[in-house]
Design a protein around this ligand. Structure first.
Ligand code: UT7
Length: 399
């Protein structure tokens, strides 16, 4: 196997390489389906306009019981089942999201405790629709440095909660869902081969959800547009032009870094924003559009969740095979964009696929234990505070 440039840079003084392989994957979407016809009852639009301008036919909408963490948790549990990894083996959890449960605590921390991943660090990553690729690259670098062995990267969104349901140019585009992958260290070459992460904050006003800590909306880069606190704003036309340019460019850049060409690529898993963006990238790269995964007809744009959801479906459909070179490419708010090349395949020694029954039962037991552990810890804190007050003890004694 020819060693990509990134490998040469990584392997110094004859060191044995550590590679980051995807060994598990999972997705979760809400049950409620909203069709384009349902949209016609909300804004002035038509099934025909939405289909021809975007490729979307329907999307999933979170119910009151769903949340970014609950969708992310379900995707994560499925990914652990495929990887046959225990929650206690996870060292790091990254949740890429634009719709976190809170500013803090992070959605990643909520998922960490519900999984019972007691040895994991956890944080949210904000890079809009590019967030999943950013997250996989961060986890990869942590694995390759030898600092951790197992990471969970989740893209999870409840976009329906930040949409302006009166703005027909944005509310018809987005949907809710989550996808997750487990990455593990191995000395077998392969896995993530290269990545390109980029940002251009001059385009911040093109796509945004202003929140607490934001500048005065009437006196900032938001001037002259209709940005509203906690609501998504998008200049669709400008974002479209930006996306059509960066998708092709970043794919070629990531391939060059991995010493590969388009001929080596089996499948491209792009962010699912608009079928016309995917077609335009295919034309620019002179590739048949069938080389791109597309499922936006059924889910719309699920932001950071769209690439892992599309990946899971491509695997399920048998479109991803051992040793295939895959490309992930994302773009969105920031503006940000990111592309990544992976060589697919689970090396021997990393379990994957098999899903032993005993480990599966241990995972279920750990989820139940995590649930009760949290309740007990919270209860013990309340009892402690109560007892301290009753006994007149100082809760914060000076050192
Ligand atoms: O994940 C983040 C990245 N996001 C994206 O990549 C989204 C990129 N942008 C897009 O996908 C497209 O720009 C849109 C789908 C948002 C819009 O498509 P477009 O072909 O660029 O339409 P447009 O904005 O140029 O609007 C054309 C017409 C306008 O009417 P007039 O001014 O020509 O009379 C719009 O008001 O279509 C109208 N329009 C609609 N008509 C029916 C806009 N939205 C709708 C709608 N139904 N939902």
């Amino acid at each position: 196997m020819v060693m990509p440039k990134s490998e040469k840079a990584f392997l110094r003084n004859g060191e044995q390489g550590i590679y980051a392989h995807v060994v598990g994957w999972g997705m979760a979407v809400p049950d409620t389906v909203m069709t384009n016809h349902d949209m016609e009852a909300i804004v002035e639009t038509s099934d025909e306009w939405i289909r021809t301008r975007t490729g979307i036919a329907e999307r999933r909408i979170a119910s009151e019981r769903d949340s970014t963490a609950s969708l992310g948790l379900r995707a994560a549990q499925r990914a652990l089942d495929v990887a046959d990894v225990l929650p206690t083996e996870i060292d790091l959890i990254i949740v890429a999201t634009s719709t976190p449960e809170n500013i803090f605590p992070s959605t990643a921390s909520l998922i960490q405790h519900r999984l019972g991943a007691v040895k994991a660090g956890a944080f949210d990553l904000s890079a809009a629709c590019s967030g999943f690729v950013y997250g996989v690259e961060m986890a990869t670098q942590a694995i390759r440095s030898g600092s951790i062995a197992t990471a969970m990267v989740i893209g999870a969104e409840t976009m329906s909660r930040v949409l302006d349901w009166q703005d027909r140019s944005t509310c018809i585009l987005f949907g809710d869902g989550a996808g997750a992958v487990v990455l593990q260290a191995s000395n077998a070459p392969g896995g993530v081969l290269s990545a390109v992460l980029r940002s251009d904050g001059s385009g911040a006003d093109m796509l945004s959800i202003p929140t607490v800590g934001s500048e005065d909306l009437s006196n900032s880069y938001f001037l002259a547009s209709e940005h509203r606190m906690f609501k998504m704003y998008m200049n669709g036309g400008e974002v479209f032009k930006f996306a059509a340019r960066v998708v092709g460019e970043s794919i070629l850049e990531a391939l060059e870094k991995a010493d590969l060409t388009l001929d080596d690529v089996s499948l491209i898993v792009p962010h699912q924003a608009n079928m016309r963006i995917i077609q335009s990238a295919a034309r620019a790269l002179k590739l048949d559009v069938s080389r791109f995964v597309s499922n936006l007809d059924r889910y719309g744009n699920t932001s950071a969740a769209s690439i892992p959801i599309a990946l899971c479906e491509a695997i399920e459909q048998g479109r991803v095979k051992e040793n295939d070179n895959l490309v992930f490419v994302g773009f969105g708010g920031g503006l940000t964009w990111a592309a990544m090349v992976l060589q697919w395949g689970i090396p021997q020694g990393l379990e994957g696929y098999s899903g032993s029954r005993i480990k599966r039962q241990r995972r279920r037991a750990m989820y139940t234990l995590a649930h009760w552990r949290t309740r007990l810890l919270r209860l013990s804190r309340v009892i402690n505070q109560f007892a301290n007050r009753l006994l007149g003890r100082d809760e914060h004694p000076e050192e």
